[in-house]
Design a protein around this ligand. Structure first.
Ligand SMILES: NC(=O)N[C@@H](CC(=O)O)C(=O)O
Ligand SMILES: [Zn+2]
Ligand SMILES: [Zn+2]
Length: 429
């Protein structure tokens, strides 16, 4: 295996106490040495001068669509998109067909990723069989097979008794329960946020309360059971307040926000572009401000994409009929830098934590760190490169992005997984 020497980059890994210009020597898939003025005659040199070197980014919320919806995305194309976006690990949601609700499907997803995946893949198992909300999945055997959490993402476990049982069950397993918080009776047939823009477009509304109610319920159940709870794609002001309060009370509650929810407001839906249709919906200016505050004060621990690719034909229909979801892996890091770091809403160090060590901690995984001896998953990024988003250049099959044509600054330049360069200069290798 080739040795790699990443030279003269600014190494940023707050969890490892690193924030300075250093070299990193990689051998046999591991970080052999971190230091100044390192030399190695055999190593391939990656010149990182003027660039930032971070632990490989982790996206704890993606939809890779395989098995069952390979026309939208596959493990191969989805992990290529991840590599292109600077991610070295992704955790994939179980709303596939069949649903990831038993150990043999977990095994098959892991095997497939070993053969075809560009990055590390950590499956998330479902909470209930078939995502039907009626019976618990085989959580114990899925844990043995390698899941890192459980979620019925795409659906809410509307039965509070069953959700309580799931939370009680995982306390024995060190698995977070990841909540897609939506009161599905209240959200009904809604497609956009309830407010001024649902009124002017005439599109069916989803009230913020649909999210707030389930966030409140699940926090209460986490308190009752003592289980670790992670709130997926937080999008409302009240949800941020509820998570903040839960943390203050010492509960093991964590939360994530997506780039689309901190970048866009529901004003975007007046275009009737179905690429703005996502669940939870794009919210009001006040909600977006609260998300940014939550990111800044640490209430929101993690930035995750909720990468939800769909085929062009599926999105190329009336707003009401289009599926919910945004293809997010290849714009996430540029949006974090452009929308959060450059304007000073969070520091670069905080951004790195929310994309590396924090999600690793939620998933109880040992990735997301830069230490001698640890696995060599590394991302090199250029904070200043400006470019225009072009969905036709996405590695993802999902071209469904509302950011097509956006000018962003900050870009991943090299992605290294297990000591191997899998993306360089925006080309997946
Ligand atoms: N976010 C979305 O709009 N869609 C997700 C489901 C989900 O994350 O809830 C999908 O699977 O397409
Ligand atoms: Zn969801
Ligand atoms: Zn999702």
């Amino acid at each position: 295996m080739k040795r790699l020497l990443i030279k003269n980059g600014k190494v940023v890994s707050p969890a490892d106490g690193l924030n300075e210009e250093l070299d990193i020597l990689v051998a046999e898939g591991r970080i052999e040495k971190i230091g100044s003025g390192l030399e190695d005659k055999e190593a391939e040199v990656i010149d990182a001068i003027g660039k930032v070197v971070t632990p490989g980014l982790i996206d704890m919320h993606v939809h890779l669509r395989e098995p069952g919806f390979e026309h939208k995305e596959t493990i191969k194309t989805g992990t290529e998109a991840a590599a292109a976006g600077g991610f070295t690990s992704v955790a994939c949601m179980p709303n596939t067909n069949p649903v990831i609700d038993n150990s043999s499907i977990v095994d098959s997803v892991i095997k497939k990723a070993e053969f075809e995946g560009k990055v590390n893949l950590f499956p998330i198992g479902s909470i209930t069989k078939g995502l039907e909300g009626e019976e618990l999945s085989e959580i114990g055997s899925m844990k043995e097979a390698g899941i890192v959490g459980i979620s019925d993402d795409g659906e809410t476990v509307m039965n509070s008794e069953l959700m309580r049982l799931a939370l009680e069950y995982v306390t024995a397993f060190d698995l977070p329960v990841i909540s897609h918080a939506e009161d599905q009776v209240l959200s009904g047939d809604g497609v956009v946020n309830e407010g001024y823009y649902s009124t002017v477009t005439g599109l069916d509304p989803i009230p913020a309360a649909a999210e707030d109610i389930i966030v409140a319920r699940d926090i209460r159940l986490a308190e009752l059971t003592g289980a670790p709870l992670h709130i997926a794609h937080v999008s409302t002001k009240r949800a941020v307040e509820l998570v903040r309060d839960a943390k203050e009370r010492g509960l093991e509650v964590t939360a994530e926000a997506t780039p689309h929810h901190f970048t866009l407001t529901d004003e975007a839906v007046i275009s009737f572009d179905t690429n703005t249709k996502v669940n939870p919906p794009l919210r009001s200016e006040e909600d977006v401000a609260a998300i940014k505050e939550g990111l800044a004060d640490g209430t929101i621990d993690v930035i995750a994409t909720d990468h939800a690719p769909h085929a062009f034909e599926e999105k190329n229909v009336e707003y009401d009929d289009a599926p919910f979801g945004i293809s997010g892996l290849e714009t996430a890091l540029p949006l974090v830098i452009t929308e959060l770091v450059k304007p000073g809403i969070i520091s670069l160090e905080e951004a790195v934590e929310k994309l590396t060590s924090n999600p690793a901690e939620v998933l109880n995984s040992d990735v997301g760190r830069l230490k001698e001896g640890s696995r060599a998953d590394i991302t090199v990024l250029d904070l200043d490169e400006e470019y225009e988003v072009d969905v036709d250049k996405f590695y993802s099959k999902g071209k469904n992005s509302p950011f097509d044509g956006f000018r962003l600054s900050g870009r991943p330049k090299v992605t290294i997984v297990d000591g191997k360069v899998v993306m360089k200069d925006n080309k997946v290798l």
